[in-house]
Design a protein around this ligand. Sequence first.
Ligand code: ZN
Length: 173
Amino acid sequence: MPLEILKYPNPILARKAEPVPVVTPEIRALAAGMAEAMYANQGIGLAAPQVGASIRMIVVDLSGPEKREALVTLVNPVITAASGEQEDEEGCLSVRNYRSMVTRAANVTVEALDLDGRPLTIEADELLAICLQHEIDHLEGVLFIDRISRLKRAMYDKRVKRWTTPTPDQTNS
Ligand code: ZN
């Protein structure tokens, strides 16, 4: 069974995640579980808080669940440089039935540790830059719906409330 992915408005998704002090076998096992959950849910990125672990680790694989050939795991990732601007439609495995345009930096430099605890630097643009910014946002407790207009957000929250409020039928069963 892949790890369960938490859904908005779960409060863990709004929490700032803790740095990983040492890359232990447990951390590597969690990373493997995160990749599995990402692939099982047809995602291209996943952050540890989305599986209930409030620590600073993300997985990304733009090649997708069929190919699985570009998996990158980043521990304690930090955006050290960002420039330009791009806008694209985003969704999130933790945000049900919703996609929206989000403006992000066009180019980012990310520094992190790999699963052997070695430092690495990634220069990203286009979709990889979007994905890295989206996943690193999760480590700050920020979702893409925190970056859309107030009106759009209010409309989405209304829908979420409808899904999460039990109907009289469910209350009785
Ligand atoms: Zn997400």
